[in-house]
Design a protein around this ligand. Structure first.
Ligand SMILES: NC(=O)c1ccc[n+]([C@@H]2O[C@H](COP(=O)([O-])OP(=O)(O)OC[C@H]3O[C@@H](n4cnc5c(N)ncnc54)[C@H](O)[C@@H]3O)[C@@H](O)[C@H]2O)c1
Length: 413
């Protein structure tokens, strides 16, 4: 890389890649120059979005290797489905190792991979190729989380003692694409898909600003999973009609609710708790992200549906269904919250700005693949705990080779 700007390529051209491309409008020193997806038309459409938004002269590439080989591309954002992580990373690392192309770094969406063995492989491949790495957990960069975390620690914790309890939840009515619903492709159900956010958010909130997440050591984990809605016969049928014949929750359900409690030992000697719940069975206006942090004389509360903008449509307004008010929107009439600039509110803008600056050598990474791997270890321990119905010491036996029953297609709710 010679210029002071970062040339960014996207692997994957779906929902998440498009969110990042919107966020790049708020990133000054990068250009979105490439998109690869197995469907060339989808890649071209997403490249066209980058043009329309003025974030870079993106083009669609015929392969990941071809994108790496282009000297204009300095870094990749990995936004493919979870089951393609390893093949994507192998292709990138092969291209770099064989000298076909050079990269500075890779940023990878959550989860780093479907289980500990796969996440370790992703981590080791990228580390072994000498590339910088960033783990994309947008919620740690959400403006309210950043401000709340900084202010509680600066004013409350410094005078009255560290926080002792963090709570986080991510809830919506279910994912938008069939592969998310299929345990073997996605790696699990909602625990894998969404608790990756919440376990990192609680650990982050409980961590002193500037200290690494490793200053809190997980000690014990208790988790619970359930299929509350989507394996009911009428909803299993509806889900199959929406998502296709391979999504059959009468035979291979995945959990649509998960909760976990993680006991951490902080390096100051305190025991602190992180509590998270996630669900695909939540029906409200749309996606609800929430978090709390509590200490001896202070607390914070964040809820993305308390958005500061509400619209009301009477029953006479019978428009078509959409997601123009809020992600995973469930209604178009009545009193509806609107999340203005979701890419900023959910943290994508600040996250992308940060990792661009990391890859340009201007900042140290706040989250790396080491953190992504840690998240997968916590999630897999949570599945083990839920399967065994008991609290487990961390790390439990057999963690490295563990694959959840949901991902093996053998889970019976
Ligand atoms: N941070 C967040 O809140 C958030 C939100 C949504 C998704 N995600 C993550 O982003 C990733 C993508 O999710 P999405 O919602 O965009 O899914 P999606 O199904 O909407 O898009 C996936 C994209 O990957 C492409 N693809 C298909 N096969 C591929 C392959 N072999 N290699 C690479 N790409 C391939 C598809 O064509 C599509 O463009 C997932 O890992 C998901 O967990 C994160």
């Amino acid at each position: 890389m010679t210029a002071k700007r970062l040339g960014v390529g996207f692997v994957g051209s779906g929902f998440n890649a498009r969110f990042h491309i919107q966020a790049f409008q708020a990133v000054r020193d990068a250009d979105v120059l490439g998109v690869w997806s197995p469907n060339n038309k989808h890649a071209a459409d997403t490249a066209a979005l980058a043009h329309r938004l003025g974030v870079g002269a993106a083009k669609a590439y015929p392969s990941i290797a071809a994108m790496v080989a282009d000297s204009a591309i300095d870094a990749l954002w990995l936004c493919g489905p979870n089951h393609t992580r390893i093949e994507n990373v192998e292709e990138i690392v092969d291209a770099v190792r064989s000298g076909k192309g050079a990269l500075v770094g890779i940023a990878c969406e959550k989860p780093l991979a479907r289980n500990v063995a796969e996440a370790t492989r992703v981590h080791d491949l990228v580390q072994g190729a000498g590339l910088k790495h960033g783990y994309l957990e947008n919620q740690a960069f959400a403006p309210q989380v950043v401000e709340g975390h900084a202010l509680l620690w600066a004013r409350g914790a410094s005078l009255t003692g560290r926080p002792y309890l963090a709570r986080a939840a991510e809830e919506h009515s279910g994912p938008h694409m069939p592969w998310f619903w299929r345990g073997e492709l996605q790696g699990g159900g909602v625990l894998n898909d969404m608790m990756c956010h919440s376990v990192l958010v609680v650990r982050h909130l409980l961590t002193k600003p500037g200290a690494p997440l490793s200053s809190l050591t997980p000690q014990r984990i208790t988790a619970h999973i359930a299929s509350l809605k989507w394996s009911r016969p009428e909803y299993a049928k509806r889900l199959q009609q929406l998502m296709g014949k391979d999504v059959d929750y009468t035979k291979h359900p995945a959990e649509d609710f998960a909760s976990v409690t993680i006991e951490f030992e902080a390096d100051d000697g305190h025991t602190v708790l992180g509590e998270a719940t996630t669900s695909w069975s939540f029906v409200g206006a749309g996606l609800r992200l929430s978090a709390e942090l509590l200490g001896p004389e202070y607390s914070m509360a964040w809820n993305t549906l308390d958005s500061g903008l509400k619209l009301f449509f009477s029953r006479e307004v019978r428009g078509k269904a959409g997601e123009d008010l809020v992600e995973k929107q469930n209604a178009e009439i009545g009193l509806m919250p609107v999340v203005a600039n979701e890419a900023a509110a959910y943290g994508y803008e600040a996250e992308d700005r940060h990792f661009v600056r990391v890859f340009l050598g201007k900042e140290a990474p706040l989250l790396t693949f080491d953190d992504g791997l840690d998240v997968v270890k916590l999630l897999m321990t949570a599945y083990q705990s839920a399967e065994q119905g008991k609290t487990l010491d961390f790390p439990p036996k057999g963690l490295d080779a563990f694959v959840p029953a949901v991902a093996r297609g053998t889970w019976k709710p």
